[in-house]
Design a binder for this molecule. Sequence first.
Ligand code: KG4
Ligand code: ZN
Length: 409
Amino acid sequence: MKILAIETSCDDTGIAILSAKGGSASGGEVNFEVLTNIVSSQIEVHKKYGGVYPAMAKREHQKNLIPTLIKSLKQSRLINFKALENVRHYNLEKKLEVIQKNLEREPELYKKIIPFFQKYGKPDTEGPDKGGIDLISVTNGPGLEPCLWVGVNFAKALSYFWDIPIVPVNHIEGHILVSLLNRPIDSSMGLQFPALALVVSGGHTQIILMKKIGSYKILGETRDDAAGECFDKCAKILGLSYPGGPIIAEIATKARPSRTHEGRAFVKLPRPMINTKDYDFSFSGLKTAVLYHHRKQPNKIQKSKKYIQEMSAEIQQAIIDVLLKKTLKAAKDYKVKSLIIGGGVSANQELRRQFKQAINNLTTVELFIPPKDLSTDNALMTAITGYFRYKNGKTGNWRNLKAKANLRI
Ligand code: KG4
Ligand code: ZN
């Protein structure tokens, strides 16, 4: 089956088309073929403001969705656009009212979707050209509410126009299951249960126990800022750009390897909650420690390359230390056979290296980390998760679908 997936939970507009075969609700041998996976980034827009403003991100999604969809359909060669050029325009009359109602809060998207439907629909008698797509999968939470709604309402309009079922996807589950792209499930070669997932992103830091696909228990999570949020906020304090995670990671590579100064750590930051017995995190204290340390420095030091490099390396290491210690503790306590790491922060090279090294020493645990471009937000994760949810019978009608900013896994 072919799945069209839409992801707009934060500041990336993602569209993917995935061909999926085989497997069952709980796993098995699944065959995925990625037909296209496009992420239209809004970083340049948000950079100027040092963070994401939901209303601005919502407007960008409205602008980006149709061009990204057209590019996806072209790239995957599912719709023969050339052949449609001479066909008379699709008469939307009967469907216009429902589409208009669906997108009344997304006027800019509405303006773009109408010519798309008119131009790329076949004549009425044949029905609209849906390019062989069988299922629409859309992230409906958690995330920024106005952003989620754009994607959800877009998916609903497509589902109605093409008469295709729709499946809602939890963004956190997407960050976990994207690791299963072309990895067998429930076999000695692939993901085995119980499994543990560490999801580290701009909005979430959670340790999740997984009994099977679709069955999750949150063991611990952050009590305040997420790990990615901590990277971003610390970067801002240091006068660096947005998003802070990849910038801090890049600068940290330039710090002296020993990160010591006359035998002492140049900057020593706290590792909040590292020794607590639970699996929770807290990163706001780390950010505050960075703020106070930074404030105390003379202007010249604050701006010096060396200070920023040392500080970046120490921020990164403090975050990795806490994530690693708590995750390994949970992996041992629950005797898990697999560990999945996902979410934007899992793109961090140093974090990947240190987790790989630590898991190498635990020979009974198999580590799953997605390729870097699938660690950060994308729609392929939504497509893969949508397929498993479809297998679990979670497909629904577009009419009842809602965005849920605080959706829990
Ligand atoms: O999963 P994601 O793309 O979006 C959310 O769901 O939040 O994660 C974005 C977060 C941002 O906070 C960003 O700074 C962080 O992931 N991030 C990184 C790296 N790449 C992205 N953090 C540390 N190192 C990186 N290389
Ligand atoms: Zn994410």
